[in-house]
Design a protein around this ligand. Sequence first.
Ligand SMILES: [Zn+2]
Length: 218
Amino acid sequence: MGETKGGDADRRIGRRALLIGGAAAAVGTAVLAREELAHLWWRLPGVEKPRVAGAVDFRGAQWVAASSANWRRADRPDDYAVDRVVVHVTQGSFKSAVKVFQDPGHGAAAHYIVRKDGHITQMIRELDVAFHAGNREYNERSVGIEHEGFVESASSFTDAMYEASARLTAGICGRYGIPVDRAHIIGHVEVPGTDHTDPGPHWDWDRYLKLVRRARTA
Ligand SMILES: [Zn+2]
């Protein structure tokens, strides 16, 4: 605290101390609140990451918003660490997957959908929790990628799809420091408690991981 030399200075310092005191109190509150509200603290003013309309996390992806009923607002990776990529298969066309993810009655959606021709649509921001794994903890810790096709049909999975999806997963692994291995890049079938079987026996994991590794080092 500086010396005071008269009325004017006093007023100035008094006012400044008040401002600093106010800021300190606000920081203290935020720290306390963060402890308690670790998973809600995006609600505090000024701590939310910027949300630009139509912005995507993967360059080249096209943004189509999912219904807000199919995901939960979060601030990953600050509130939840992201350490898994979950691979899904849509069991229907790309179009129908986009449509159901836009439907508030569906109750589920993934962050991304990869089309047969390699086109990628992002429907939920990576910082938010998508309802795709059927397991709250796995939803919170993962990014979900849907692939157009059917688990029982080997021809669903095209070269273009594998390559585009591998680039997408490589980017996700890079952003969050996720190791490129089968412990961290998993199928929906491997999520604890699930009754889903995707991506199924025709999904070529060796090929996929090789492509992800190649894209990671490219
Ligand atoms: Zn699935």
